[in-house]
Every structure is written in structure tokens, then in C-alpha cells.
Design a protein around this ligand. Structure first.
Ligand SMILES: [Zn+2]
Ligand SMILES: [Zn+2]
Length: 234
């Protein structure tokens, strides 16, 4: 399995695409489709038809901004196959409201929505476990073939007790985000468990980037990733 970070920025990013990660085996799926994800897919020579399923962590713009554009690109390029979208409860209503405000898309987009709580399922040959996380809106993390993607969450012990070897963790700064995101201080508190895992940090605010050396020195483990970095897991 190859995992490529399409977007490693967040809502204030101009220099990075927003949250999106590509998982590839025989088929390709995405976790989140933030703004800029389509451009990054294009840089990898991917076509709209190549993405078979999408796992959405939560309905915030920096995680869903390119979702409708992906569906529209599939329509315009003649893809008949439905895009399977897994998402937290409430996603169907949100998606319907998007179509209500954009009548020209109604009846054109091919998709299936599956709302998930905490469950295990398979999609496109990937084994997935969805985990309820702690964010400001209904949210899920996903473990895909042993790789845990936290999405946006404040950290909690039960999350780290799940079965995974690699963790793709959100990173935020304390100011203004401490209630529903993960701060460097939080990560230090959980260093006992996380030090033994392969840890990639993503969802990097520009103010975090400005002091990234200081932030990473404080955390003491893991790696900050940039757009289009990738790793392979057997
Ligand atoms: Zn969020
Ligand atoms: Zn976010």
C-alpha cells in the first residue's frame, strides 16, 4: 500500500493544499478532500475516475472543499460509477443541502453515502475501522490497513489504544484551538504511547510552520510532512 499526502495544510494555508490523503493498492481511495486535493491528484497524473471511495473525517471546509469538485469532475468526464463516501452521521443532510443550493448538480452526480459510527468495514480491498473522535463537530478517525488517520481531534487515551502501527496525526497550536485540536503540549503528554509508533504530523497551520523547529523540538518524536510526500507499507 502506498500512502501519499496530497494536502498537509489547513484552513489558513496558501502554501499547502488542505487536508487530503491518498491510499493506493489495486484501487485508490482518499481520506478527506480539502481544497487543492484535485490539483495534487493531477500532479500525480490521476484522473477523476481513479478515485473509487472517499472517507470523510468531518464536515469542515478544509476537509471537504474539493469533494463537490471531485464529483463534478467525474460527471463531466463521463464516469458512471458511484463514488462511495463514508462519513460521520449528519453528512447526508449536509450533502443534500449542498445540492439544494446548487440545483444544476441535482441528478448529475453519481455517489453513495454511508454514514458510519464506530465500525469495521472493507472498501476497495482496504480494511477500515472508523473511530469517533473529539472535535467541534461530529467526527471520525479511520484506521486503514493499520494506518490511523486522526482527522481533527483533541487527543484521548482510547484513540491510542486502538490497533495501529502508523499514525497520521493532526497538529495545531495552543492559541484558540486547544479545545478541539491537538497541541504540542498534548502530544508530549501522550509521548509514552506515540514514541513507539511511526508518527506523521499533518494539518499544519501557517503559524505552526513559522515555528516548526521549536514545535518539533518540544514534541520530540514524529515527522512533519509536506504535500506529495509518501510512504509505502507492506
Ligand atoms: Zn475541523
Ligand atoms: Zn481541519
Amino acid at each position: 500500500m502506498k500512502v501519499t499526502f496530497l494536502g498537509t495544510g489547513t484552513a489558513d494555508s496558501f502554501e499547502r493544499a488542505q487536508s487530503s490523503i491518498l491510499f493506493e493498492k489495486e484501487f485508490s481511495i482518499l481520506i478527506d478532500v480539502g481544497n487543492g486535493a484535485l490539483l495534487r491528484l493531477g500532479q500525480l497524473n490521476k484522473k477523476p475516475c481513479d478515485i473509487k471511495a472517499v472517507l470523510i473525517t468531518h464536515i469542515h471546509l478544509d476537509h471537504t472543499g474539493d469533494l463537490l469538485p471531485l464529483l463534478k469532475a467525474r460527471w463531466l468526464s463521463g464516469v458512471k460509477e458511484e463514488l462511495i463516501m463514508f462519513a460521520p452521521y449528519g453528512f447526508k443532510n449536509w450533502f443534500q443541502s449542498q445540492l439544494e443550493s446548487s440545483p444544476y448538480l441535482r441528478g448529475k452526480l453519481k455517489y453513495e453515502i454511508i454514514e458510519v459510527g464506530e465500525e469495521k468495514f472493507e472498501v476497495c480491498g482496504f480494511k477500515v475501522e472508523s473511530v469517533t473522535t473529539k472535535h467541534s463537530v461530529e467526527s471520525r478517525g479511520y484506521i486503514v490497513d493499520g494506518v490511523l488517520v486522526t482527522g481533527d481531534t483533541s487527543p484521548f487515551k482510547e484513540l491510542y489504544e486502538k490497533d495501529f502501527e502508523v499514525i497520521i496525526h493532526e497538529l495545531s497550536l495552543p492559541s484558540g484551538f486547544s479545545t478541539s485540536h491537538t497541541t504540542p503540549d498534548n502530544l508530549v503528554q501522550f509521548s509514552d504511547v506515540l514514541e513507539n509508533k511511526v508518527v506523521y504530523f499533518t494539518h499544519i497551520y501557517s503559524q505552526t510552520l513559522e515555528r516548526i523547529d521549536e514545535v518539533m523540538e518540544k514534541i520530540g518524536f514524529g515527522k512533519v510532512v509536506s504535500d506529495l510526500e509518501w510512504f509505502v507499507r507492506e
